[in-house]
Design a protein around this ligand. Structure first.
Ligand code: FCB
Length: 452
């Protein structure tokens, strides 16, 4: 067979993505910490504990791993509840710690991308109703201002908010649960109210737009985006008009609503769209978090989920814990649809729960092939951040879902590189994917990966 090489663009960013709550440990002022203490909230009653101990020795250790993986970029976050543990009181030691982290990354030639909000809130914000009312907006803006004033010299690429729709659905739409989909988990505050969910997502979009303008006021050269989770949704029965109709509704809410909001200032409601002018034109780039595909069927019993029922493809490859279908082509399909917006795109998350690492090498190669296809069609993808570097605390799933290129034993904090991590290190070092890598890491793909 001919030797094939798929080159990625010069200056392409290769890294991993992490979030503060999932890696730092002992985030005792966060609403997630309080939530963890509640009965039945986390799988098997597990706790985040020290997480990956990034507030201690874990960060320098993982920095070594980033270097060993030849990463030239890393996505991490700052934790609001650490920086402002009490309303209006900022913790300078926490800011110093983040300065140390960002500086350490830069010293290694690893460019940081910093997320300002990744699911968790200070307890005092949750007690005021979190994102349910617009009262949160000036408070978030004050926090953002403090962060930018303190860190702007060390970071140029910012994510305002991570996954408003996932935050809304998992915290406010538990009726979305079904036996065979990913959304079995509950996020705080564990409510079930479709209209409130829409309000929360809208407030998060407003928080995003506020942060965008604050960032540009304080750091005009900043490059600012939002990290948005998109799922491929396909109809259970493509010939059923009702399945197709309900698919359109779900697609609008889950996938396109946030994009249309931050670009054009229109946000989906139960019927039609509502214009929210303040949102218009509030991104420099789109951050795409892509994991899975689900099928959608019309279900007249489910007004709470806009009459949609989610199923997994019967012949699909399903990852650990029934997390979802592994569907690499979906990355290309989404990128093609995002192209029309004319914005630079980063893959801000993509990964698979795979404790035994028997799926992740093929997952990586198949997704990189799709990414390469998209880039070759002039879709401006600037970088790829794998979720994640080291196994971390996977929210309501606790330690059961292992997404790391590096395996972690949370009790001893010992780390072991997975085979997929070795593969990723080679791709990042050479900035390409070739036949030799496929032959060595995933020989079973030799017949398929370079075809078509
Ligand atoms: C994304 C979240 C991230 C992690 C991965 C697996 O939706 O942003 O924190 O939970 O899923």
């Amino acid at each position: 067979m001919a030797e094939v090489t798929m080159y990625f663009p010069k200056d392409f960013k290769w890294g991993c993505a992490t979030s503060p709550y999932q890696t730092e440990g002992a985030n005792t002022h966060s609403d997630w910490w309080a939530w963890e203490q509640g009965e039945g909230h986390i799988a098997d009653g597990q706790k985040s504990g020290k997480a990956c101990d990034w507030w201690g020795d874990g960060f320098p250790t993982d920095l070594e791993w980033m270097t060993r993986l030849n990463n030239n970029a890393h996505r991490l976050g700052v934790e609001w509840s650490r920086i402002e543990p009490k309303e209006g009181t900022f913790d300078d030691a926490a800011i110093d710690r983040y300065r140390f982290m960002l500086k350490s990354l830069r010293d290694r030639g690893i460019e940081p991308m910093v997320t300002l909000h990744h699911f968790s809130n200070p307890i005092w914000i949750a007690e005021r109703g979190g994102w349910e009312t617009a009262d949160v907006l000036p408070l978030f803006d004050r926090f953002v201002t403090k962060v930018i004033e303190s860190l702007h010299d060390l970071c140029n690429t910012w994510i305002t908010i991570n996954e408003p729709t996932v935050y809304g659905i998992l915290g406010y739409l538990q009726a979305a649960s079904s036996d065979d989909t990913r959304h079995q988990t509950t996020f705080p505050p564990g409510k079930n109210d479709l209209d409130l969910m829409m309000t929360v997502v809208e407030n998060m979009c407003l928080g995003h737009a506020g942060a965008y303008h604050t960032l540009h006021r304080l750091q005009p050269e900043a490059h600012v985006g939002i990290a948005h989770n998109m799922q491929i949704l396909d109809p259970v029965n493509p010939r059923s008009p009702l399945d197709r109709w309900v698919l359109g509704q779900q697609d609008r809410f889950v996938n396109w609503g946030v994009i249309e909001a931050v670009l054009f200032g229109r946000i989906p409601r139960r019927i039609g769209w509502r214009s929210v002018r303040a949102l218009r034109g509030s991104v420099d780039f789109i951050g795409l978090n892509y994991y899975t595909r689900e099928l959608v069927a019309f279900d007249r019993q489910s007004p709470q989920t806009l009459f949609g029922r989610r199923l997994q493809a019967p012949d699909g490859e399903i990852s650990d814990g029934k997390y979802g279908e592994v569907y690499p082509r979906g990355l290309y399909r989404l990128l093609r649809r995002l192209k029309r917006y004319g914005k630079p795109i980063y893959i801000t998350e993509n990964g698979v729960p795979d404790h035994d690492d028997d799926r992740r090498p093929t997952f990586l190669i198949n997704h990189f092939k799709q990414l390469w296809h998209a880039i070759n069609e002039n879709i401006p993808v600037m970088g790829y951040y794998h979720w994640t570097l080291t196994d971390n605390f996977e929210w309501a799933e606790g330690w059961n879902l292992r997404f790391g290129l590096v395996e972690l034993d949370p009790a001893t904090q010992s780390r072991t590189l997975r085979k997929s991590g070795e593969l990723y290190a080679e791709v990042c070092r050479q900035n390409l994917l070739n036949t030799d890598m496929v032959r060595r890491y995933t020989p079973e793909l030799m017949d398929t990966v370079f075809k078509g």
